[in-house]
Write a protein that binds this ligand. Structure first.
Ligand code: MTE
Ligand code: MO
Length: 549
């Protein structure tokens, strides 16, 4: 009788071989742009899973971040997604390795020792092939040529299968002498001791490889992002921001109100990628085709020099933003009106819609009527007067006023002119087709520590924002402890498409109080007061804050 390694040992071996595989893949990605498959696999899962499951998962992540106060929602969500991607691939690799181990043992028992290595390599191929196909399909960050990536990934997964086979053979063929005298219990012990020694040695070696590989890769990535940050700062210094258009606004925000103009690095980021697509600005071309007389392919420099640009201050919001959530930000968008560019392509009779597609497979449609009747519908290449950051859509994105972010692709590559409407990426997954921004108002601060006296009365500044897409805000009202609604003062906004800062100086009364806010759109339409979650058409409801002052 030969004692074969059990489940624990098999799983341990799979752990020891899968961890360094991941570290080496990560390192190769950082060193040579060879694609990191665990992220690709995660992105792919997110694209193929049924929409309601994905939406529920995103909803849960946002809820958990909010409930546990884990910080800024969108960056924390990306961190969580990254961790899930890593764990998912690791667990998958360990399960696959354990299964491979079982197959090897079964073949061994059937005395097919001649095929063990072949089967091990096949096991590696079975795990690797789908990963390679998925990576080729969804990866948008690798810069190595496809053939090189395929070769590299094939080799890596074959080595994974080979290494598991090698470990299997080492474990089962250990001290040959002991196996011959297997009847003696002490000999059995010798085997397991040697096995243990082997496992410890293998564990140490693979752990070292994992930590070294991942550590070096992490350092490279850190250096990359630091250089990127420095480049942004240099760019920004050169751009010299103009005076804000509401520089003469008279109302000062209540101290503690969020910045009216979001610092670029604080702008929320939401998209379907663990890592944002990296597009080479020099070779990138925007294609305009479909029902046009002159199909176009235009590079970013030509786009900049051919068309006159407009500046638009924009508050963007994600349809997943809960009432008073942080998935909304304001910055300055620059680029040509989309209708000016389309005019050069020559729209054919019967054209009604555009399908705008992006590097990551994201897409949306917009009606030509909207584009032609609103010069603010634009192709944007700058934010904050510097080229779009990678995560915000470099080199080009589209702006469609009054709609949530899901209608506005980043990293756009193609515009197809069509004679019919189509549902966009998130619409096919269950979000509202129109995705028109809801009117919403938020209390940012009850500035009890900034109270002041006037005519013998103490006042506490209360303030925040109100926003209704491109429809403007005509009035904001505050109610304390369910009392009557009192009108707040409004600050002149940066533009008609940004949020409006409001302020209410509350006559102070000690104790615990509940503050509520509501707003009215430009034409007087009141915001929806009824509470509704973000799904499917954006959150509604009154924001309240309770403070002991
Ligand atoms: N190509 C692409 N564009 C996209 C998305 C995406 O996943 N891929 N997400 C959309 C969503 S849901 C939002 S809310 C906005 C967010 O833009 P931001 O990350 O620059 O703030 O981008 C939109 N454009
Ligand atoms: Mo979004």
């Amino acid at each position: 009788m030969q004692r074969k390694p059990g489940l624990t040992t098999s799983a341990l071996v799979a752990v020891c071989i899968t961890a360094p595989l991941m570290a080496v893949l990560y390192l190769a990605d950082q060193l040579a742009g060879l694609a990191f498959v665990p992220y690709d696999f995660f992105d792919w899962i997110g694209r193929v899973l049924p929409g309601d499951i994905v939406i529920r998962a995103i909803h849960t992540i946002v809820d958990v971040i909010t409930a546990l106060n884990l910080g800024e929602t969108s960056s924390t969500a990306k961190t969580i997604e990254t961790l899930i991607a890593l764990v998912q691939f690791f667990v998958g690799g360990v399960v696959a390795g354990t299964i491979l181990f079982a197959v090897l043992r079964w073949l061994d028992r059937a005395r097919r020792t001649d095929v063990l290595y072949v089967v091990g390599l096949i096991g590696g191929a079975i795990l690797g092939l789908p990963m390679i196909l998925i990576s080729l399909h969804v990866n948008t960050t690798a810069d190595a040529p496809d053939q090189v990536r395929v070769l590299w990934l094939t080799a890596a997964f074959l080595v994974w299968g080979g290494a598991i086979t090698w470990a299997y053979l080492r474990l089962t063929r250990m001290p040959a002498a002991a196996e011959e005298t297997v009847a003696e219990p002490s000999a059995l012990e010798a085997i397991s001791l040697n096995r243990r020694q082997f496992l410890v040695r293998m564990g140490t070696a693979t752990a070292t490889l994992t930590v070294l590989g991942a550590g070096v890769a992490y350092a490279l990535q850190w250096q990359d992002s630091r250089e990127y940050q420095q480049r942004i700062e240099r760019n920004r210094a050169a751009a010299m921001p103009d005076d804000l258009p509401n520089a003469d606004a008279t109302l000062e925000p209540a101290p503690g109100t969020r910045p009216e103009y979001t610092p670029l690095e604080d702008h929320y980021r939401i998209d379907i990628n663990v890592r944002p697509p990296e597009i080479d600005g020099d070779s990138w071309r925007l294609k305009i085709g479909g029902m046009v007389d002159n199909p176009m392919e235009i590079g970013i420099d030509d786009l900049r020099s051919t068309y006159s640009a407009r500046d638009q201050y924009v508050t963007l919001a994600c349809i997943s933003n809960p009432v008073a959530g942080d998935l909304t930000s304001t910055t300055l968008w620059t680029g040509p009106s989309l209708r000016d560019v389309l005019a050069d392509a020559g729209l054919q009779d019967g054209a009604t819609h555009l399908r705008i597609s992006a590097e990551d497979g994201f897409y949306e449609t917009v009606a030509l009527d909207v584009v032609n009747n609103d010069e603010r519908v634009m192709l944007a290449y700058d934010w904050d007067h510097i080229p779009l950051l990678t995560q915000h859509g470099f080199p080009l994105r589209v702006y469609i006023p009054d709609h949530y972010g899901m209608k506005q692709p980043k990293w756009i590559t193609e515009i197809e002119v069509m004679d019919h409407d189509e549902d966009g990426y998130w619409v096919t997954r269950g979000w509202d087709k129109e995705a028109r921004m809801r009117a919403t108002s938020v209390i940012d601060v009850v500035a009890a520590d900034m109270s002041y006296e006037q005519d013998g009365q103490t006042f506490v500044p209360v303030g925040g924002i109100a926003h209704a897409g491109a429809r403007g805000i005509s009035k904001v009202e505050v109610s304390v402890d369910d009392g009557e609604w009192v009108e707040a003062r409004l600050r002149q906004p940066l533009s008609e498409t940004t949020w409006v800062i409001w302020r209410y100086d509350w006559p102070f009364q000690a104790g615990e109080h509940t503050f509520a806010v509501r707003c009215y759109e430009g034409d007087g339409t009141p915001q929806v007061e009824e509470r509704h979650s973000t799904m499917p058409a954006g959150a509604t409801g009154i924001h309240t804050v309770t403070r002991d002052v």
